[in-house]
Design a protein around this ligand. Sequence first.
Ligand code: MIG
Length: 668
Amino acid sequence: MDIVGVNKYIFGAPIETDAVTADIDGSEGNVRFVDVSDDKTVLTCKLGKSDKIYGLGEAVRGINKRGWIYETYCTDDPMHTETKRSLYGAHPFVVVDGESVFGLFVDYPDKIVFDVGYTKTNELKITVGAPDYTLYVIEGDTPEEIIKRFRSMIGQSYIAPFWAFGFQQSRWSYYTSKDVRGIIDGYRKNGFPLDAVYLDIDYMEDFKDFTVSTERFPNFKEFVSKVKEENIHLVPIIDAGVKMEDGYCVYDEGKQNGYFCKDKDGNDFIAAVWPGKVCFPDFLNEEASDWFGMKYKTLIDLGIDGFWNDMNEPAIFYSEKRLADALEKVVSYRGKNLGIYDFFGLKDVVLGLSNSYEDYSSMYHNMGGRKICHNRVHNLFGSRMTRSASNAFRKIAPDKNILMFSRASYIGMHRCSGIWMGDNQSWWSHIKLNLQMLPSLNMCGFLYTGADMVGFGDNCTEELALRWLALGIFNPLMRNHSALGTRDQEFFRFENKEAFKNLLSLRYALIPYLYSEYIKAVKNDELMFRPLAFAFRGDKFAEACEDQLMVGESIMIAPVYEPNAIGRNVYIPEDGMTEVRFKSPMQYEIKEVAKGHRFVEIADDEVVIYIRKGKALPLVKPASCTAELDLDTVSFIGTPDEGFAYTLYVEKGAENGESIIEEKVICP
Ligand code: MIG
């Protein structure tokens, strides 16, 4: 592929990551922005007072990333407070939008620090741990042009199966097939739509990957096919760690063939996660990776057609060695009169057991015969796990497009999988974080994504659930998921059933639009969720807007994300937008609105959206699942220009493991 406007600079001896698929000639040496004092500084660059920085994918804070310090480092951390520097995915791509406009992709699979006006308010500084990386400087007139160029460098984004645009219900955990049955009935009997139910770690036998508890899920194959007849897909979780247990075939095969990560002496590296002691498949080793991928066949043969890969940063509760050291240290405190610093020291010993840098430093990979310390390739681990599965799916079931999404990720993985936004909380601020992360992830190629709706950790309220749902219906991955021990939050459990049912039905009415806009974003290397700053360049209010989004070509959303609100301030960026106030897909009011700021009353059982002037929004008759959506029922709302035509994408089966997609042009 011919990519113009990209300059590639190779420093030292970078590790091959596969993030970039385009052939781009590289040169060694200095870049024009570079003003570096040492070889670990990728660059420093001055920022004008109003320059904006976009990108960084999965991260806390706003769409404009300015004013914080971020680290791209796959991290298992369920507390997504605004002071965190990294989350589960590592997406080292930024766009500087100011007097000069340019994009930067630092291809380097260990930690990179992006100091975006934190240490010095007027400076962007990027540093790496070792001077072995590839820097791409991407030119373009606008952020969107740069993003498009970047996306064309890294290859086309993953296309999820159509059914995965349906509503999906999850919880840690539905323990038995009876529990799952109860969830399906809860939705179906109340007339709520549903397409999938998730199986979290407790479906397994002792947390062993690719096993199913025969006690809790007897006749699993029959059960899967029974619920499939009701148009429900079951989506099991797969964890990165393989339980150490002689006689468990995945462990035995991995051990015999040397497929696990090693310690410095060449023995299998042993950590502890859910099953107790585990070994990690060496996903950086092609042969081991191919082997693990084919293991998904066990579940695919039972009728499973969707998976989520978890704990693949990889998350480590503790390692044998560190636990031994820690216990020794703890014992050393015995009998001491603990001063306050000793006391904190003691606490740190225990708190520091999980996900420790020392553990990652003592784990080794075999990359094409080279022994590579995990530290150097940390951010590739989860991506390679997921790629191993996706490569295998094509061999195992080429006639299906199997759903796949992962928790950890690096750029490049967007070609074979989606991601979810990890363990958020039932907090009001996390509705906004969900909104802000969507465009940032799109910039980095991740289009099939969504947050755990209504919040994973902590207890939600009915009001929070309704408000979150009003944004959730636009997430491509629309999944309600919650943590062990939290309040039940399946939508049929709440009091105002009618409201939940209406909002869920609205999602189904919107699916053909959302799916089509998603496919367009994939095919054209564009954003499905655009900041107003991109759509209305030069308008200072649009450029500062952090809580509204353009979704596809026709609409703008402005959800409520505060408790006890009667509505919110909305910025209307252009004249002639159509405000649509939905009570249900069938019941809505329309009015034309003029450019400017306005307070819009929005009740918690309503969704208000805005259709762009000259555009129209296709809606279909809602159904109880995606399989029953009838595209012949499309109708349009809005004020389409004369000659307006809408390009609809429709999935027609699968081939080579990918959806076959048909294009249909329809007119209002
Ligand atoms: O340590 O499998 O992000 O979605 O429910 C927690 C249990 C492990 C973390 C995942 C979450 C999942 C949970 N897992």
